[in-house]
Design a protein around this ligand. Structure first.
Ligand code: TXA
Ligand code: MG
Length: 354
């Protein structure tokens, strides 16, 4: 079943949020409705995390399987104790270093947070966003807000209010529009209920930065089909997908670009519309082919690529391409999150990885 609502869009200044609009959205949350709001990573689809019915509406609106748990957003570090049972010393340290910001910690769930938030687990994922609009909404409502990314299930996450509307118009009560988000990929999810701590999803906080605080943090990329993924949240392979089929080329150097060019020409010969997604330096290699080109920006600007990634995938979709040939190889810093999202969008079709 889907959640139906008449969607209203309220423009809100990203740095100085209008108190009236925020209060209106907070009222909708208190009454059990859904509010899409910007965070520094991507837009979230929020509901009162203490209201199991409101949380159900999130799953219904997104078409998200009830087996995939949600992140609970909090306004302050003090609120941690309202949503979790115990906060171990390492969690305290990471919180003081990385909150507010794009880090989500998995801890033991507080009894006041209904089980459907966490897909029945006794853990809960918590984060304190740094976006002024998200913080204003959290403070005005006085509630912890459960929110996944505000996209339809398995579509790329939304980095603008327009992306949210493209997916969820008619399924969310209010969309707070504060323009494009700045980080562009979702938060890093770190599970602190395991020893050593495990990165479940690379994101806005680089794994290298976490290791400065907890040198034993484990990250082993494992991508699963939908059956297996039900027991391992966040590991689902088919995710963040554009409608077009995406093939990811991972090699560095001219040979990889040549192989992409050959494939683009062959696909074109088969009457397929081809999209090319690379950094600026590689775009020229495809200038003479009948392809749709989108750039992720300068190759040495990993943050820029992360910021542009999801909009680029949606842009290529809107140009009606059948196949996207993407080129990306960086796995350091936030480049690892870009890599992860592209591998998932490619459903594992990675060519030429070293
Ligand atoms: O940046 C972000 O994290 C955005 C913004 C809106 O905050 N949110 C987001 O939520 O990306 P979502 O639902 O799209 O992704 C949440 C991830 C999923 O991979 C989910 O499986 C994992 O966090 N997760 C949530 N609760 C968990 C739990 N209790 N145990 C393990 N993984 C959990
Ligand atoms: Mg998501």
């Amino acid at each position: 079943m889907s959640y139906r609502a008449e969607t209203r869009v309220l423009p809100v200044d990203a740095l100085h949020p209008d108190a009236e609009a925020i209060e209106e959205a907070a009222g909708v949350l208190r009454r059990g409705g859904l509010v899409a709001f910007p965070t520094e990573t991507v837009y979230g689809l929020g509901a009162n995390a203490r209201d199991a019915d409101a949380v159900d509406r999130i799953f219904a609106a997104k078409g998200r399987p009830a087996s995939d748990p949600l992140i609970v957003h909090i306004a302050s570090i003090d609120m941690l104790d309202q949503v979790t049972q115990t906060v171990p010393p390492l969690a305290r340290e990471l919180v003081s270093r990385f909150f507010p910001g794009p880090l989500t910690l998995v801890l033991r769930r507080h009894p006041s947070i209904p089980p459907n938030v966490s897909a029945g687990r006794d853990t809960v994922a918590v984060r304190m966003p740094s976006h002024p609009v998200a913080l204003a909404l959290l403070r005005a409502s006085g509630l912890p807000i459960a929110a996944p990314s505000a996209n339809l299930f398995s579509r790329p996450s939304p980095t603008t209010a327009q992306h949210v509307l493209d997916d969820l118009r008619g399924r969310v009560d209010i969309v707070l529009d504060s323009g494009a988000t700045t980080v562009g990929v979702e938060s890093t999810v770190l599970d602190l209920t395991q020893e050593p701590p495990v990165v479940l999803r690379p994101g806005g906080v680089p794994v290298e930065a976490l290791r400065e605080w907890a040198s034993d943090v484990v990250y082993t990329p494992r991508y699963l089909g939908s059956d297996e993924a039900a027991s391992a949240p966040g590991m689902l392979l088919k995710h963040y997908s554009p409608r077009a089929e995406l093939r990811l080329f991972a090699g560095s150097g001219q040979a990889t670009l040549d192989a992409m060019g050959i494939m683009a020409a062959a696909l074109g010969g088969d009457d397929k519309r081809v999209g090319i997604l690379t950094t600026d330096d590689a775009q020229a290699a495809f200038a003479n082919l009948p392809v749709e080109r989108v750039s992720l920006g300068r190759a040495d600007d990993l943050e820029g690529a992360a910021r542009r990634l999801f909009a680029a995938l949606r842009d290529l979709d809107s140009r009606g391409v059948d196949v996207i040939l993407a080129h990306w190889s960086a796995r350091e810093g936030v480049g690892l999150a870009v890599w992860d999202r592209l591998v998932r969008a490619a459903e594992g079709r990675v060519l030429g990885a070293e």
